[in-house]
Design a protein around this ligand. Structure first.
Ligand SMILES: Cc1cc2nc3c(=O)[nH]c(=O)nc-3n(C[C@H](O)[C@H](O)[C@H](O)COP(=O)(O)O)c2cc1C
Length: 206
């Protein structure tokens, strides 16, 4: 079994990485591998709502890792997204990435347990956490719980390691990930009906 982790921070070995690594370390104890996909410092294109993904299953813009990550997520058994808190939300590059990772492709991820972890220096963690969970709960992905809303605190990895409750929350998240993966193993998600889309204002053709 394999868990794909996405580090949305521009700092490849920073605080978010430290939190994700704590999850990865605990998962290893259950024999579960993980891979951290780094967003890094490269520019990430925002979704331009062209709709190409609905026709091809891929984002038309192939140069910043979205399609590569989508392939990895299709193969993975679970997904954990890590984000720094910027102005009480996930960082902008990560949101741009996730918009394109999910739009037009989310049916490929149905049934995969998912979670997010956020790191902040001081405040805004639960608002960022709520925003990220929106991606999973619109994609039939069961959200993995922990003992608290998954956040760590610190401006440096060293401070994060000293956030003992935050670190324990990461390990509990890993335990629940292992539990959910084991419990769901061999149990495919339900067959879903073709999705009904209704706009609030009826279309002229309806
Ligand atoms: C543009 C920007 C906005 C930030 N906004 C917040 C914030 O709202 N609350 C907070 O506690 N920290 C805030 N921070 C601090 C980051 O959350 C912190 O540096 C980050 O979580 C460190 O993780 P990293 O080393 O993985 O990048 C902000 C940092 C930047 C660069």
């Amino acid at each position: 079994m394999k868990v794909l982790m996405l580090n949305g921070s521009p700092h490849e070995n920073g605080c978010v990485f430290t939190a994700l690594s704590e999850v990865a370390g605990e998962l290893e104890k259950y024999g579960i591998q993980s891979e951290i996909f780094q967003l890094g410092k490269k520019p990430v294109m925002g979704c331009i709502s062209c709709g190409a993904c609905f026709k091809t299953g891929k984002c038309f813009y192939g140069d910043d890792g979205v399609n590569e990550c989508a392939e990895k997520l299709r193969e993975a058994d679970a997904f954990i997204v890590g984000s720094p808190v910027y102005y009480a939300g996930p960082n902008g590059a990560l949101c741009a990435f996730l918009d394109r990772l999910f739009y037009g492709k989310s049916k490929n991820y149905a049934g995969k347990p998912a979670a997010c972890v956020v790191n902040c220096r001081r405040g805004g963690a639960s608002a960022a956490f709520d925003r990220l969970n929106k991606y999973f709960t619109i994609a039939n992905m069961p959200v993995i719980p922990s003992q608290y809303w998954n956040s760590t605190h610190g401006r440096t990895p060293e401070q994060v390691r000293r956030d003992l409750e935050g670190m324990q929350t990461m390990r509990t998240l890993a335990k629940n990930t292992a539990w959910m993966l084991q419990s769901l193993s061999g149990k495919p998600h339900p067959e879903y009906d073709k999705q009904i889309y209704t706009d609030f204002i009826p279309r002229i053709t309806d």
